[in-house]
Write a protein that binds this ligand. Structure first.
Ligand SMILES: CC(C)(COP(=O)(O)OP(=O)(O)OC[C@H]1O[C@@H](n2cnc3c(N)ncnc32)[C@H](O)[C@@H]1OP(=O)(O)O)[C@@H](O)C(=O)NCCC(=O)NCCS
Length: 236
């Protein structure tokens, strides 16, 4: 059975000093983010992603670089990020919302999405099919379903480039997909056990993976202790 590894971290658990792990492109993206909270969330997600991928690939996390070329239009800023330095590497996907950042890694195409189940926003009814709407009795139901849809759309690298109503998910089973994405039976979805109030889902191409979900506090803490020895602050 193939595996999918998921790591999560509280945004405030990632010290600013770990920004040394980011490369010039990451830092330029970070500078374009206007709000301090959004910038911190971006930092947390990408530090965690670098640490997890660095460990998995056995490389210095600061030496990784990422390609974000969109498969449709060739724009280099909004495609699914892939590891540029790994040759044929694992696939990964990340999501950051409120105070939490999550990264998923797998040998198969993978997508992850999280939401705050207490956000209490107006559920986006236009994103759901009629049968899906009937399964949403609360905002939490909607948030869970939304993460399943978005995780699947991120696994295939489309994101919201495909209207979410074009895919239908009942329970945690995909039942309809646009033809170009393949058969709904080609994908598996898993709910993620995350700290409240967050809900999240993982999608992989292929059968149900063996799933591991871990907090990344120790990984981040170890890296923070190594900063002065391994990574020069002049990278910031
Ligand atoms: C992917 C997307 C759904 C994420 O939205 P979100 O729920 O607000 O944010 P999340 O935190 O859950 O996920 C964001 C992460 O998804 C990843 N991501 C971005 N585009 C992606 C894509 N096409 N496929 C998979 N993952 C993608 C990035 O890592 C991003 O994090 P970053 O901005 O810090 O690098 C949304 O950004 C999107 O649809 N982007 C592409 C759509 C597009 O431009 N299509 C036009 C095609 S020409």
């Amino acid at each position: 059975m193939s595996a999918a590894d998921v790591w999560y971290i509280g945004v405030d658990q990632v010290p600013e000093s770990l920004a040394v792990l980011l490369d010039g492109r990451d830092r330029a993206r970070g500078r374009r983010i206007l709000g301090e909270t959004d910038r911190q969330r971006f930092l947390a997600a990408w530090v965690l992603t670098r640490l997890v991928l660095g460990e998995r690939l056995g490389v210095d996390p600061a030496m990784l670089s990422f390609d974000r070329t969109c498969a449709h239009c060739g724009d280099r800023t909004h495609g699914k990020p892939v590891v540029e330095t790994a040759g044929v590497g694992p696939d990964f996907s990340l999501s950051h919302v409120g105070g939490l950042a999550v990264v998923a890694v797998s040998d198969r195409a993978v997508g992850v999405d999280i939401e705050d189940a207490t956000a209490g926003e107006q559920p986006l009814a236009s994103a759901l099919t009629e049968r899906e709407r009937a399964t949403c009795l609360s905002y939490t139901d909607f948030a869970r379903l939304w993460t399943r849809k978005e995780a699947l759309l991120k696994a295939v690298g489309e994101g919201l480039g495909i209207h979410p109503r074009r895919i239908e998910i009942l329970g945690s089973t995909p039942v309809a997909l646009p033809e170009e994405l393949g058969s709904p039976r080609d994908f598996a979805l898993c709910d993620l056990p995350l700290p409240a109030p967050y809900v999240g889902s993982l999608a992989v191409r292929g059968p149900q993976p063996s799933l591991s979900v871990r907090g990344g506090a120790e990984l981040v803490g170890d890296a923070a202790r190594l900063v002065p020895r391994l990574w020069s602050p002049t990278r910031v």
